[in-house]
Design a protein around this ligand. Structure first.
Ligand code: APR
Length: 238
């Protein structure tokens, strides 16, 4: 049982994907009806290629996502993870998400594999700005360079320091809990495997089956993450 694993674990690492934020109102990417990639080809809008070849579409795609984040905030599941970190039940969160919600909610040890949409920076001089520049449709740096979100675009590698921290955490884990990811994007989807190979118990919580379910000790489908976290929280403090 997941509750027993959480109670007996010495080093639990939580790994989140876009499914962690859908209950906050942010669409994920690959849910059949509502995922962002249902209507857009990620390579054409969220890539370095798009930034250089179709920059207006790139700007508008990311401006929409920045505006969408403005009206959303972390749901109760995020607060539960903050409490679990404070009480030592979990040691770190590795996230693919760029909404910054784990940090906004108050989690401390958060590894953002794919960067953050809370900031933009100049493609030329790398000067950093708040994402309000995109809200205000200000897409160019003082130096004249294009401003781009501080996220990992398709065609780019992961930030070295985040990658190494995630490797380190995955190796230390004796329990690795995936929340809301289809686990289809490399190299981010290698961390659950790395943890498993190092002897961790692997739990995958996802509305739909994922391509790594065969490696998991426990798979929980068809349950909303927010509801599951609330249920676990109630048992942990019963
Ligand atoms: N509860 C449980 N699972 C959910 C919920 C929910 N409330 N909402 C969505 N899900 C599940 C969906 O079934 C889906 O399989 O979350 C999963 C999210 O998968 P993706 O949309 O593929 O998102 P993710 O795995 O985070 O994508 C990884 O792909 O496009 C890139 O950089 C982007 O970080 C992203 C990466």
């Amino acid at each position: 049982m997941l509750i027993d694993l959480i109670k007996s674990s010495k080093y639990t690492v939580v790994y989140t994907g876009a499914g962690m934020s859908t209950e906050s109102g942010l669409p994920d990417f690959r849910s059949a009806k509502t995922g962002l990639w249902k209507n857009e080809n990620p390579e054409l809008v969220a890539s370095t290629e798009a930034l250089n070849r179709d920059v207006e579409k790139f700007f508008q795609f990311y401006r929409e996502r920045v505006l969408g984040m403005k009206d959303c905030k972390p749901h109760n599941g995020y607060d539960i993870l903050v409490n679990w970190e404070k009480s030592g039940l979990i040691k770190s969160i590795i996230t693919q998400n760029v909404d910054g919600f784990h940090s906004v909610a108050g989690s401390e040890n958060v590894i953002e594999l794919h960067g953050t949409l809370q900031k933009v920076h100049c493609q030329l001089c790398e000067k950093e700005y708040s994402n309000e520049m995109y809200e205000e449709e200000r897409f160019y740096c003082e130096c004249g360079g294009k401003l781009r979100p501080s996220v990992v675009l398709f065609g780019e590698g992961l930030p070295e320091d985040s990658f190494m921290k995630a490797v380190d955490e995955s190796k230390k884990a004796d329990l690795f809990i995936v929340l809301g990811s289809s686990l289809t994007v490399t190299p981010a989807n290698q961390f659950p495997i790395l943890a498993k190979e190092q002897g961790a118990k692997l739990v995958i919580v996802n509305m739909e089956p994922t391509q790594l379910d065969e490696y998991a000790d426990i798979v929980i489908n068809d349950v909303k993450i927010g509801d599951l976290l609330a249920e676990l929280e109630s048992h942990l403090h019963s």
